[in-house]
Ligand binder design. Structure first.
Ligand code: SF4
Length: 478
């Protein structure tokens, strides 16, 4: 007999095919990637810290499924907060983050989440738990979501009572239709139900089977439409898969119309707009890129949950006569001040600072200037010098169909220069953060391993700024 757990229930709400495969053919479902695993590990830390809010709580060991069920039942009489207590009703199974005793014989469900607000799947999650526990004979009084308080700022030892916020969701839970029989029916189907791809493939979570289900789409598929949103799914439901096949009378934004025009392979270039953009660049040009990492529970004073800590920058300085490279890569966990000092030492007093998606770099600098007020004047003095190289691509002054509807440098660089990130061992920002974090906060690594990671990080960040130099050169010649 297959059990319907709360995680399977939530999967089933998103897609019947995913639920069926998770029961009958789980090997078809790809393992979580590194960033998903990182999110899980952060969630685990959050869960452990949340327990500290409930003094004298009892941790019910989870390793042995049957023992956990038996102990959970026995411990109810202790009338103490229970962590990971599990209950079964027929073939429904659910384990509670926290069950808190109230009044003589009632319990509150407290679900702990790493997010900073209540989201729809959280309510479905608790509604399933409430159903399962109530059917098992527990008297549930109220339901709460215990989530991260995004206003929290670390100052000394973390007080979990301040890091977390509890939001009551009893009414939302009561109003939620718990679709247990529907899910059980899907699980008992003899064959995998066929499902069309749709918004449910990416919301509320990106489905791990997306690569498999979406692989039949053509190369110039409508899901590459810039800011396509619901329009992509509307077109798909109308049977249109290629951008080239979008009917002429279908309403597209101006950027999407450019994509349709370019679906034949044509490159769209608005020379005057590009020239105008380039004329805003003032030499010497400082091509700048930051790498950062972030944790749910802030590690250092002055940080909020999820606040980025800059640990690396790359800077190419183009004086018109020559291009010089500077780089900084910290060896510390708390790299903020060292980073700021190193950056100040290499940014001269005049010239444009060119970033790709400047708000990221500017926001990092602004928050550093709050943490280190002696740098505020300097930070304020350079913010106005930023020029965003994303603009010509986000505004489609230049569009090459090889960009696949993206203005990201990862797509623009190969499309416009023919050079790409493929030869690098670290080839995206997320991997860079994870590798750095692992090097600093993870298990001890050998000297060689550390050297290799540092080299990979240097190469990756360097290509981001060197790539910008090439892109500007190329734009100057179109
Ligand atoms: S990718 Fe979409 S259709 Fe395929 S299993 Fe996932 S949610 Fe279902």
């Amino acid at each position: 007999m297959s059990l319907l757990s709360k995680s399977k229930y939530l999967i089933g709400l998103q897609c019947p095919k995913h639920l069926w495969l998770s029961v009958h053919d789980p090997s078809r479902i790809p393992e979580p990637d590194e960033s998903t695993q990182y999110r899980f590990s952060q969630g685990h830390l959050v869960g452990e810290l949340a327990k500290k809010v409930f003094l004298k709580g009892i941790d019910v060991p989870v390793e042995d499924f049957s023992k956990n069920l038996k102990l959970s039942k026995e411990l109810l009489s202790k009338r103490k907060p229970l962590f990971e207590a599990a209950f079964m009703f027929e073939n429904l199974y659910s384990r509670a983050d926290i069950l808190n005793p109230v009044n003589k014989d009632e319990w509150d469900i407290i679900e702990v989440k790493s997010g900073t607000s209540v989201k729809e799947p959280n309510v479905d999650d608790v509604a399933f738990q409430n159903y399962c526990y109530t059917k098992s004979g527990l008297k549930i009084r109220k339901c709460f979501l215990m989530h991260i308080n995004n206003e929290f700022v670390k100052n000394g030892k973390i007080d979990p009572n301040k890091l977390f916020t509890q939001t009551e969701i009893s009414d939302e839970v009561k109003e939620t239709d718990v679709k247990v029989s529907e899910m059980l029916k899907i699980m008992n189907l003899k064959e995998c139900p066929s499902c069309l791809i749709g918004v449910h493939s990416i919301k509320p979570y990106e489905c791990p089977l997306k690569d498999e289900c979406w692989s039949s789409l053509p190369d110039d598929n409508i899901f590459d439409l810039y800011s396509g949103g619901k329009k992509c799914f509307d077109l798909y439901e109308k049977g249109i898969e290629s951008i080239a096949d979008i009917p002429d009378d279908y309403k597209l934004s101006s950027n999407q119309s450019i994509q349709k025009e370019c679906s034949s392979g044509k490159v769209h270039i608005e020379k005057s707009k590009i020239k105008e953009f380039l004329s805003t660049l003032k030499y010497p040009l400082y091509y700048l890129d930051f790498e950062t990492y972030a944790t749910t529970i802030p590690l250092y004073d002055g940080l909020k949950p999820y606040q980025a800590i800059p640990f690396q920058f790359s800077l190419h300085v183009d004086s018109k006569k020559s291009v010089k490279h500077h780089s900084f890569l910290s060896t510390l966990g708390d790299s903020r001040l060292e980073f700021l000092k190193a950056l100040k030492a290499v940014i001269g007093p005049t010239g444009s600072i060119v970033a790709y998606n400047q708000s990221f770099e500017k926001n990092i600098l602004k928050s550093l200037s709050v943490m280190y007020p002696s740098y505020k004047d300097w930070v304020d003095s350079i913010l106005d010098r930023f020029v965003d190289l994303l603009i010509p691509f986000r505004k489609f002054y230049y569009y090459n169909p090889k960009q696949k509807g993206s203005a990201s440098i990862k797509y623009v660089l190969p499309a416009i220069t023919g050079k790409d990130y493929s030869g690098l061992d670290i080839a995206d920002g997320e991997t860079a953060s994870l590798e750095y974090m692992n090097m600093i906060h993870g298990p001890k690594q050998t000297k060689e391993e550390i050297m290799k990671i540092r080299e990979d990080l240097e190469n990756y960040c360097k290509l981001d700024t060197e790539g910008m130099v090439w892109i500007v050169e190329r734009l100057g010649k179109v």
